[in-house]
Design a protein. Structure first.
Lengths: 246, 337
């Protein structure tokens, strides 16, 4: 479904991620694991079309990103970024409905199918009761779920999530991952995300990709990669510190 | 939600009808709205009344309606572009840039006997507005703070105004007889030719902006989300710059400086309609700007009749408190979060 070949990503001349390759199929979750500044966000931004790839290729169902127009790309890929949208007098429903944008016509008006998809996404993410609340006035955790509903209502093939659980308490962290698990099974969505919680990443991901200083230092099943010694080395920890807290 | 929008549009249209009627009947010569209507549809008997109405009051009211709408729309686009509720053509110096270009065009035409028609004036204003806009954009790439950007815009405005003053001072009086009336801002003295040029520019721009309401809505969420939604961000940005410059340049060329309309009206309209969606805001700002300027113009020419106030004097009195309110609200919101 999503195939990335020898991707180099960065800003202008500054290359941040080097030579990354992986494949994710529908219904699978691939998680980037690495320290802050290792290049996870840059990679996700490149996959989301926010910044152009410096070299390498990205294919969705065998079609190269460079052969795709903006709208058909947007229909297939939705992203939940770390920055929040600026909303002015928008309800949570309004925010979710912006996810349907690539499907709307000249004036961006929503049809019945669009409204239904938005309502369904809000039900799935447990945000239906927030529909008429102002987006600016809800908590960070609630915003996170509304943004997930927004990403999901597009019915994308690929879902990109940059640290999706960062603002969530343990209750919503776990329910968030449960939603994600349900989504990928029901809708066969391919998910690429970055996650700081290695334990949770190990439980939900089919594949983990370890990134250090912009380079892939390992890709494979979580059970093979996320052991004590690898993590100690990957995050530059001392064994003592690891054993005390992890 | 839907009801409120329909009601608000109805209210705006009603206000336009009422104040257009007041606008064409108010003044030192008494013409009742009924009489005015008779003259307009071609049944008038009084020649003097007909003259006053068709040559003076009607063009003036139409000018206030159209140019007011253009200013409000231009302000709305600049606020959206900069994600800043106190951005506007006047505070960012764009109107002053346009005026400078028009002053230069007027003087060059007087010196060289090169005929200056309304279309050339509009073109000069557009170029001037674009130059000032480029300066603002250049600074906005270096300055992240929104209030600092506005301060820079005000400075650009002062510089352009100062240069305009210098040029006017060095020019022969006969060249600038047009400039003096126009330097305080007024909707009077519109010839039908200028009105037609304005109408063409403004309604073409309004239509173009309206057709952009979908990408503008995406742009409101912020750049990264607009890209995520498949918007060609560069094209949208350029179109917004060109159209807002065209609109504010047009006003600056024909009416001179008209302050605060571009900031106050979009805010008031947003409060009235209870939404910031472009598809509603674009036509509503246009109508609202029209109402605001017709009312301001009526006040300007009636309170100290037979003399007149500059239009900016009135729009400032009405608009500046609204701008203060916006800033206080913004401050409160920031403090709250």
């Amino acid at each position: 479904m999503l195939e990335v070949r020898n991707l180099c990503a960065g800003y202008g001349k500054r290359m941040i991620a080097h030579d990354i390759s992986f494949t994710v199929n529908g219904g699978e979750i691939l998680t980037f694991i690495g320290q802050n500044g290792s290049g996870k966000s840059t990679l996700l931004k490149t996959l989301a079309g926010q910044i152009p790839a410096l070299s390498g290729e990205i294919f969705i169902d065998g079609v190269s990103l460079s052969d795709m127009n903006r709208n058909s790309f947007a229909k297939q890929v939705s992203a939940m970024l770390t920055d929040r949208p600026k909303t002015d007098m928008m309800t949570c429903r309004d925010v979710v409905e912006t996810g349907r944008y690539p499907y709307t016509g000249t004036f961006g008006l929503l049809g019945d199918a669009d409204k239904k998809a938005a309502a369904e996404a809000m039900r799935l993410t447990d945000t239906a009761e927030l529909a008429d609340c102002s987006f600016g006035e809800i908590s960070d955790g609630q915003k996170q779920r509304v943004m997930l509903a927004r990403a999901v209502c597009r019915e994308p093939k690929i879902l990109l999530l940059d640290e999706p659980t960062s603002f969530l308490d343990i209750h919503y962290k776990l329910t968030f991952l449960e939603m994600l698990d349900k989504l990928r099974h029901e809708r066969r969505i391919a998910v690429v995300m970055s996650l700081h919680e290695t334990e949770l990443a190990g439980k939900i991901s089919d594949t983990v990709l370890l990134i250090r200083n912009g380079r892939c230092t390992g890709i494979g099943k979580p059970s093979e990669l996320l052991d004590r010694d690898t993590l100690i080395e990957h995050f530059g920890l001392s064994g003592e510190l690891y054993d005390k807290y992890m | 939600m839907k009801k409120r929008i329909v009601f608000s549009f109805a209210l705006l249209l009603l206000l336009i009808v009422v104040f257009t009627a007041v606008g064409i009947s108010a003044g030192s010569a008494d013409i009742s709205p009924a009489e005015a209507l008779k003259i307009i549809i071609g049944g008038g008997s009084d020649d003097t009344a007909e003259m006053i109405l068709l040559k003076i009051r009607l063009p003036r009211t139409l000018a206030a309606l159209m140019l007011g709408g253009a200013l409000a729309l231009s302000g709305y686009m600049l606020q959206t572009y900069f994600h800043n509720p106190i951005a506007g053509p006047f505070v960012l110096g764009i109107s002053s840039g346009a005026r400078l270009a028009v002053a230069i065009a007027l003087i060059v035409s007087a010196k060289t006997a090169f005929g200056l028609n309304s279309a050339v004036m509009a073109l000069a204003a557009f170029i001037g507005a674009l130059c000032a806009m480029s300066a603002v954009l250049l600074m906005s790439s270096k300055i992240r703070s929104m209030s600092l950007l506005v301060v820079c815009g005000v400075m650009i405005g002062y510089i352009c105004t100062a240069i305009t003053d210098i040029i006017v001072n060095f020019a022969d009086d006969s060249d600038i007889v047009n400039l003096h009336g126009w330097s305080v801002g007024t909707f009077s003295g519109f010839r039908s030719e200028s009105l037609i040029v304005c109408a063409v520019i403004i309604f073409a721009s309004l239509t173009a902006v309206f057709f952009m309401s979908k990408p503008i809505g995406a742009y409101q969420l912020g750049e990264s989300y607009a890209v995520e939604m498949g918007v060609n961000i560069k094209a949208v940005r350029i179109a917004m710059i060109l159209l807002s410059s065209l609109l504010s340049g047009c006003v600056a060329a024909f009416a001179g400086p008209v302050t605060f309309v571009g900031i106050a009206v979009p805010f008031l309209i947003k409060m009235l309609f209870g939404t910031a969606k472009p598809i509603v805001m674009i036509p509503a700002c246009f109508l609202g700007g029209g109402v605001f300027c017709i009312i301001s113009d009526i006040i300007a020419r009636t309170v100290i009749s037979p003399s007149e106030l500059g239009i900016s004097t009135v729009t400032s009195v009405l608009g500046a408190p609204v701008v203060l309110m916006i800033m206080l609200r913004k401050n409160r919101d920031n403090a709250g979060s």
